[in-house]
Design a protein around this ligand. Structure first.
Ligand code: KIV
Ligand code: NA
Length: 265
């Protein structure tokens, strides 16, 4: 097999092969995903929610993202590893964006970075790309701006927001982004963007016509319990399976059924 790079992802789009992406935050899960053939692993700032239990993605720090990325990097042989620049590490200051990006590439070993936003972060995107760092964009629902939007509902349903999204996507492509994530937008808009742009468009709740799909691992594996948007397909019900295993262990220990004779020295 070959290592996945931005070039390989571009070839996939060009030959109509869908791109697969999942989030990962730790060594053990990243190894399973990589060996199972996932193309891209996203060290998402969703770690703030699913790993740390915060309500939003805002509290996670650059140091946290470095720790998670290092753990994933140690596991991966094939997948491309993309890490989110966390809230407060790039907005409004392209020099800070570059300094943050360099830490993630150098100390953590990320292969590429993802930033939320369009026009307003273009200078940061451009500076990172000039430094040789591959950048993935992220438009539509951008959770780092949750306090500006006020809700996690579907984005760009109105014509004005949809056309702003399209022009932002073009601006990111023109700045040199190798790919863009579109989150929670109408499928027709996802299709429009994927057809209009030459770079790969990865969707989460952006319909089937984009060039690839991404899901948060805890959602896709059914570990998170209360999160149930329409776009989510659960491939396992790990919450129940882990809970059942735990109660079985508890009752075995209480009943002195574990350990058995042959499980001791
Ligand atoms: O942090 C994350 O998990 C993400 C994906 C939802 C795209 O940014
Ligand atoms: Na994210």
């Amino acid at each position: 097999f070959h290592k996945i790079t931005s070039k390989v992802l571009q070839d996939m789009k060009n030959s109509n092969e869908k791109i697969t992406m999942l989030t990962a935050y730790d060594f053990s899960m990243a190894r399973i995903f990589d060996e199972a053939g996932i193309d891209v692993l996203l060290v998402g700032d969703s770690a703030a929610n699913v790993m740390a239990g915060y309500e939003t993605t805002l509290p996670i720090t650059l140091d946290h993202m470095i720790y998670h990325t290092q753990s994933v990097v140690r596991a991966v042989k094939r997948a491309m590893i993309v890490t989110d620049l966390p809230f407060g590490s790039y907005q409004g200051d392209s020099k800070q964006a570059l300094a943050s990006g360099i830490r993630l590439m150098k100390e953590a070993g990320a292969h590429a970075l993802k930033l939320e936003g369009g026009e307003e972060i273009l200078e940061s995107v451009y500076r990172l790309i000039q430094a040789g760092i591959p950048v993935m964009g992220h438009l539509g629902l951008t959770p780092q701006s949750i306090f500006k939007f006020g809700s996690y509902t579907v984005r760009a349903k109105e014509e004005q927001e949809a056309s702003a999204l399209i022009s932002n996507a073009h601006a990111l492509q023109d700045a040199g982004c190798f790919s863009i994530v579109l989150e929670k937008i109408p499928a027709v808009l996802g299709k429009k963007v994927a057809e209009a742009l030459h770079i790969p468009i990865i969707g989460i709740g952006a319909g089937k016509h984009v060039d690839g799909q991404v899901l948060v691992m805890h959602d896709m594996l059914g570990i998170s319990k209360d999160f149930a948007p329409r776009f989510l397909r659960r491939y396992l019900d790990l919450y129940s399976q882990i809970a059942n295993a735990t109660t079985a262990y508890v009752s075995d220990v209480k009943a002195q059924k574990f350990p058995a004779e042959k499980e001791q020295y």
